[in-house]
Design a protein. Sequence first.
Length: 234
Amino acid sequence: MTPISPVYANISSVVSKYSWKTPKSLQKPKEIDFQKDMPWVRDNVLTTALSEINDLTFSTDDIRYMEGIGIHLPFKSGKECVDFIEKENIRLYFAKPYEKGVHAQYSFDKNAIMINKKYQNTKDFAVMLAIGEAILHEAGHAKDKDGQSSIQEELNFLGMNAVAHRAFIRKYGKVFSNSTAPIVADGVSIYEKLFFDPDPDKRRLIARMKEKYGDLPSGDRLHPPGKIARAVLQ
Ligand SMILES: [Zn+2]
């Protein structure tokens, strides 16, 4: 690199002195230094997914909307989730799921988030973002440290997925519309529609929760059931 000339150095110091300072809340989060912070993540798809969630800010209106319908997000930003994964040393890798059709799961015993092996080496950016959303969800399960789940717990994490999904759409436009991968078409895209359904009773969301999670208790010690969770078991 050419060494900076004294004249230019002088100008740049003046510019930086008077330039507009972005408030801390609007600054782009520090990028993840994978070598230093998460040396165990080497896979390109996973580093892309993690970098994308690290940069993702949730809309405060969306978070407020969720609170209004009794959904409490475990992380208030993507960065908060990435910091948690790093701090708790949670491993991430692709593996065959315990049950067919599962996109991702958290193993309490292994302290690991596993993503369905069929998405390994994907070239579809929408799938990488969906993997990011799956990581957010599973990290929510890791945060409880109890290896259990309930309908309210799932609602909280799926609600966070819906908020994250809207944030990705705000950032990237119609990025998900052409993807037919089940993790997108039958996963993340569906919950965005169900949670933000104009129907005040959220009947379609309740029906979907009954179908997918009807065998779980409505709530648990950490996630007392709200109106929607209770309606799933009625
Ligand atoms: Zn879950």
